[in-house]
Design a protein around this ligand. Structure first.
Ligand code: GDP
Length: 324
């Protein structure tokens, strides 16, 4: 029997990598896509014909019930969210509606769709925020520092609560930052790699950034979607930290990215107040040992390799854009 999966947030970075992984494994994949006048299918263009796409919105529970009825999934991966931290201060209520209450709406629909549907919730290291211990594990207390982090924390606990209240096979992956050439341009890693490419190709000369000191545990998104899948293959649902266990500053990312193309970051990076945040997360570093022990998952891509891959990706992209 072909296994069936439903992915919300299909057109995002993680949705596109997860869809590739599941198609490779022989799954029938349905992707939920929010209707908008400018839907962006760029990240899934190469697999779009192999995926069933259905319209739905985390703000609208009835639409989720329709999606579930159409997809008839064995596994549901909830990757949809308002996921950019900085925007969450300007759109705190919308962030809560989608990233927090949206999870409850989807869980309600999944619970009513049948006993054997498995559920994955994309939780986030932003829930640790102002970290109370280093490194962070599944047992570390949470202290979110942005409306996004607060909303993700609600999504996390409602997943745990529905597992305990209704016996659902619902798991939550506490994923630390994960990047790729498909990362949105608003995130700092991709902003850096894209600017480095345009600077190298002589199109611009400057990269304006906010705080260079924050440290993140940055992994490769393509590695991380495998952990999501592994969580749903277990007999017992549970929560796992997914991370590299290494941390690097925004400045280190800059240094490596510029060095990759033979430039010095200090000649191009300018600090700009506009990119500073009202509250900052200073040091995220995850301890992925439980995922290693119980899922058999370890990251394959190292930091330098990730930076190189992203800069190469943008060099190709920018050169292509120049030709058309
Ligand atoms: P986040 O961890 O989900 O917030 O991922 P981001 O990539 O958006 O931000 C990572 C860190 O980079 C945060 O601590 C930001 O404050 C810092 N940062 C510094 N300059 C910038 C910038 O220009 N854009 C973004 N997005 N982040 C920046």
């Amino acid at each position: 029997m072909t296994k069936r999966a439903l992915i919300t947030g299909l057109t995002g970075q993680d949705g596109s990598y997860l869809a590739e992984l599941l198609l490779d494994k022989g799954y029938h994949v349905t992707g939920m896509v929010r209707r908008s006048s400018t839907v962006n299918f760029e990240r899934i263009a190469h697999i779009q014909d192999d995926i069933e796409i259905v319209p739905g919105d985390l703000l609208d529970e009835m639409s989720l019930r329709h999606v579930l009825a159409a997809a008839r999934p064995d596994e549901v991966y909830n990757l949809a969210a308002q996921s950019f931290v900085q925007t969450s201060w300007q759109q705190a209520v919308l962030t809560g509606e989608t990233t927090a209450l949206g999870v409850t709406r989807l869980l309600n629909a999944v619970r009513d769709a049948g006993d054997d549907v498995r559920f994955y919730q994309a939780s986030s290291s932003e829930m640790f925020g102002k970290v109370v211990e280093v490194p962070q594990t599944e047992r570390t207390p949470f202290y979110p520092r942005s409306p996004y982090g607060v909303a993700k924390l609600y999504g996390h606990w409602i997943t745990v609560n529905y597992r305990e209240s209704y016996g659902m096979h619902a798991s939550s992956g506490i994923l630390f930052n994960h990047e790729s050439p498909r990362r949105g341009l608003e995130f700092v890693t991709r902003k850096i790699s894209n600017h480095v490419a345009r600077i190298k190709l002589g199109l611009i000369n400057e990269l304006r950034l906010g705080d260079l000191d924050p440290q993140r545990d940055w992994g490769f998104a393509g590695d991380y979607v495998e952990a999501m899948w592994l969580m749903l293959q277990r007999d017992t649902p549970s929560d796992f930290v997914v991370a590299t266990g290494e941390t690097h500053s925004v400045q280190e990312f800059c240094e490596l990215a510029f060095k990759h193309v033979g430039l010095d970051w200090q000649d191009h990076v300018v600090q700009d107040q506009r990119f500073m945040r009202p509250a900052e997360v200073d040091l995220l570093i995850g301890d992925p040992s439980r995922a290693a022990d119980e899922l058999g998952w370890t990251p394959r891509t190292g930091f330098a390799q990730l930076v190189g891959m992203m800069v190469e990706g943008d060099l190709e992209l920018v050169a292509r854009q120049q030709r058309v």
